[in-house]
Ligand binder design. Structure first.
Ligand code: FNR
Length: 383
């Protein structure tokens, strides 16, 4: 590992330096005033870990399974659209790093590399994240393609009936492929490293939705495209339809209320992801860590409870496990790694998480991450 990289925050700084502003802002930012994005980070940080010092912590156990699949640490790489704009063939690189390290990788519907590209790149199973489109035949086709590529889980995202307003993206004129107005030309031109490397990209637009992009003509602002394509009318019946269409593990992502978590159990979800989309959708939503305990309690052991939102260190993962998560997903942290150094940067992020987990376990007095006692996590005031 590059000795100058001591934390995810170093990867973030490298990503900021290498990427044009229009791409970095897309990765880094949240919706509107970014209240929820800030809450995700702040509320995780505010939790304290209580240690026990007279325990044998040699030979720590970090691995477990997520929806039955092995994970070397309790973390999967979450779906992030447009990852392929941060590094050439970025999704394939991220998937390769996940396979090399040994954690699940989830490909977004909104990826640049296609389902088939990623399947060819690794030859190993990965998860596919589905957004529901207005045209049912597009949804059917994506589900069939995921099945044909032997995806080992379908992650259905529920929190994007419409896209949250991301002010920076609107100001920067984010479009796919990047629109070359004067401002963007200056921005992109001043990042020649990124520009030259992107010449190695196989694709320039959404690899899973080429037909839809062609029909829409030259892609306008990302938000307008999403509005035109995504289905704001989907509901519980649509989720049941997806359940019937997909017979492998189904994971429902974007659960923020115990009532929805119970519905997820009723429709037969194998796992849920407690998530507010990294603060990119409903601004003013609570932090995902603050709602995790009540959701975990509502479903008990009837479905696997996964968590994302604000994970930047190994101790963040330990806090989420102590609050009732079985395992976590990482969005931005791994994406910063990808943007900084491609597959090597993603591996670096995963190794940092692993080392930080080991350190945290030893210092807190935890030997097995499958059994993190709720008592190790506490809100700081008054303990
Ligand atoms: C996302 N996220 C996301 N989620 C999803 O279901 N489908 C998607 O296409 C995307 N795209 C996306 C792009 C980018 C740039 C980011 C940062 C996030 C949300 C993601 O899966 C996850 O929920 C959050 O990123 C978790 O928060 P952290 O780890 O980024 O703090």
């Amino acid at each position: 590992m590059n000795s100058e990289i001591t934390s995810i925050f170093d990867l973030e700084a490298m990503a900021k330096q290498r990427l044009p502003e229009v791409i970095f802002d897309y990765v880094h930012g949240g919706a509107e005033q970014q209240l929820t994005l800030e809450r995700n980070l702040r509320d995780l940080r505010a939790l304290a870990l209580r240690q026990h010092d007279m325990r044998d912590v040699s030979d720590p156990k970090l691995d477990l399974t997520m929806v039955g699949q092995p994970a070397r640490i309790p973390l999967a790489i979450g779906p992030t659209g447009l990852a392929g704009l941060t590094w050439p063939n970025g999704e394939c690189e991220e998937a390769r790093a996940a396979v090399e390290f040994g954690v699940p990788y989830c490909l977004s519907t909104m990826s640049i590399c296609s389902i088939e590209d990623v399947a060819d790149a690794t030859g190993k199973p990965f998860w596919f994240q589905l957004y529901l489109m207005k045209k049912r035949e597009v949804n059917e086709s994506l589900i069939h393609r995921a099945r044909d590529a032997r995806c080992s889980a379908l992650v259905l995202t529920l929190d994007l009936h419409v896209q949250g307003k991301r002010w920076a993206d609107a100001k920067n004129g984010l479009s796919v492929p990047p629109k070359l107005g004067l401002r963007n030309m200056l921005d992109i031109g001043s990042h020649p490293g990124w520009l030259l490397s992107m010449a190695r990209s196989r694709r320039r637009t959404f690899g899973n939705l080429e037909g839809e992009v062609q029909q829409a003509g030259n892609v306008a602002a990302l938000s307008e495209w999403v509005e035109a394509q995504f289905d704001p009318s989907f509901d519980l019946d649509t989720v049941k339809w997806v359940r019937r269409m997909w017979d492998g593990p189904l994971i429902l992502k974007g659960i923020m209320h115990p009532d929805d978590a119970k519905l997820a159990v009723d429709v037969g979800a194998d796992a849920i992801i407690v998530s507010n989309h990294g603060g990119r959708q409903l601004d003013s939503a609570p932090s995902s860590i603050s709602v995790l305990p009540q959701i975990a309690e509502a479903v008990g052991s009837r479905t696997e409870v996964l968590f994302d939102g604000g994970i930047r260190t190994g101790s963040d993962i330990v806090k989420a496990l102590g609050r009732g998560a079985h395992a976590c997903l990482s969005g931005r942290a791994c994406l910063y790694g990808l943007a900084a150094e491609g597959a090597q940067g993603v591996l670096c992020a995963l190794r940092l998480f692993e080392q930080e987990l080991k350190d945290c376990m030893a210092l807190v007095g935890i030997r097995d991450l499958r059994h993190v006692d709720a008592g190790v996590v506490t809100a700081q005031p008054g303990l």
